[in-house]
Design a protein around this ligand. Structure first.
Ligand code: CTP
Length: 409
């Protein structure tokens, strides 16, 4: 048997990027041999094994044939007569279809090195179409390597378009999609992921609510970029630039979905878009079974981002309601994420990227003022049960009023 390093580890080494996990391909071996050498099988009918010591993945060289729709619909053909070239040709991109042996010798039958130099994401062969998830993968790689000047080969984009319009994307499981979406959002240029999906008609299928934002105008005085979709991408870009976590990036992507519902006759205004968008945010959250913290923040940012922008105009009682709604006393981090999402929203506007956002510190100060109210003195005064809750609220309101008054001066 011969063992080669393959995929991302080879690609990233050639790009001079850090290599995190290594995938290996084994040529000329049977499953029985692998088991005899102590490798542990990953699944019952999947020719992948874990190394007994390193835990890294070793896959038998294999060819895949399509059998029906979706992920379950694969037949794996792995046998000792499958060559390295047979294995590499069924991989997604040429830059992912290179192998390296123990002596550092590169096998590159599909010119991955050339495409690395040309900064091109290019599919290896028509076998690309065997896994529609690759549409999302290519968009994710485009988001990751945009800073290095990578683009997608025109015929690959065309193949992605065909896959997107063929109905194949609908067959992908929410889990597989979420894994790609969440990883793509954490890349340096997550807006490129959305742009690529849009360019190959996949956005319409995967996130029609986001797709609907393109071509919808906003008032130029507040939004010089005008287009709601362009604005959303810019907010996402700012969130990545400011190294925000996934929760914030997800909320940024979905915060304005309600604008896609405004009747044309009301354009460019979007009255109550915050509220109208909630059912769309909920639908997207559920479609991809996003983690609970992502779901929650997206809904809260969707509903309250305008409150954030208008922080200085909010009455003490409205500030209190906002803080209570976020349960800022027990979940201070979530409120902080809301504040930064609002800031990203404000900065994601053409020409206003560097405008200060004093609302952020003002909101943080309000949270601190309300959090500083302690319950102990009220208990000592004899309050209990629901009355204690009411008294606590009154004290917090007083604290917020005092905070407002001092902030004004
Ligand atoms: N692969 C593929 N099609 C897929 C998934 C994976 O062809 N749908 C192949 C590619 O050759 C890829 C390799 O399997 O390089 C390993 O896949 P994975 O670990 O998912 O990705 P990496 O390329 O290692 O990239 P990342 O840095 O994102 O982990």
């Amino acid at each position: 048997m011969k063992i080669y390093k393959v995929g991302g580890a080879v690609r990233d080494r050639l790009l001079g990027k850090p290599v995190t996990d290594i995938d290996w391909v084994v040529v000329g071996a049977t499953a029985e041999q692998m088991l005899a050498e102590g490798y542990r099988p990953v699944g019952s009918d999947f020719p992948v094994f874990l190394h007994p010591k390193t835990g890294e993945e070793y896959a038998l060289a294999r060819t895949e044939r399509k059998n029906g729709h979706g992920y379950g619909g694969f037949i794996f053909h792995a046998s000792p007569d499958v060559t390295l070239e047979d294995d590499l040709i069924r991989r997604d991109l040429t830059i992912n279809a290179m192998a390296e042996d123990g002596n550092g010798h590169l096998t590159d039958p599909y010119h991955g090195q050339q495409d690395l130099e040309a900064r091109l994401l290019r599919h290896v062969s028509p076998a690309f179409a065997e896994d529609p998830l690759r549409v999302l993968r290519v968009a994710r790689f485009a988001a990751r390597y945009a800073g290095l000047g990578f683009s997608i080969a025109p015929d690959t984009l065309e193949l992605m378009r065909q896959l997107s319009t063929s109905g194949e994307l609908q067959a992908l499981t929410p889990e597989r999609c979420w894994k790609e979406i969440s990883r793509a959002l954490m890349e340096d240029h997550p807006q490129v992921f959305i742009e690529v999906l849009r360019n190959c008609d996949a956005l319409e299928v995967l996130l029609p609510e986001v797709n609907a934002l393109f071509g919808v105008p906003q008032p130029p005085a507040h939004h010089p970029e005008i287009d709601s979709g362009v604005h959303t991408l810019s907010v996402l870009e700012k969130a990545a630039l400011h190294r925000q976590p996934l929760t914030v990036r997800w909320a940024c992507l979905l915060h304005d979905l309600g604008k896609g519902l405004t009747p044309e006759s009301e354009w460019p205004r979007h009255i109550a878009h915050e509220h109208k968008g909630l059912r769309l945010i909920k639908a997207v959250n559920e479609r991809y079974k996003a983690p609970r913290d992502c779901q929650e923040l997206a809904l809260l940012v969707g509903e309250y981002h305008t409150h954030g922008h208008r922080a200085f105009e909010l009455k003490a009682s409205t500030l209190l309601e906002l803080l209570q709604r976020f349960d800022v006393y027990r979940r201070p981090q979530r409120f902080e994420e809301f504040v930064v999402a609002c800031e990203m929203d404000a900065k994601g506007r053409l020409g206003l990227e560097n405008r200060p956002y004093p609302q952020a510190d003002y909101l943080r100060g309000a949270a601190l003022a309300a959090q500083a109210v302690t319950v102990q003195p009220l208990i000592e005064q004899g309050f209990k049960g629901p009355e204690l809750g009411e008294a606590l609220k009154r004290e917090r309101l007083k604290a917020l009023q005092a905070y407002k008054d001092t902030a004004k001066r």
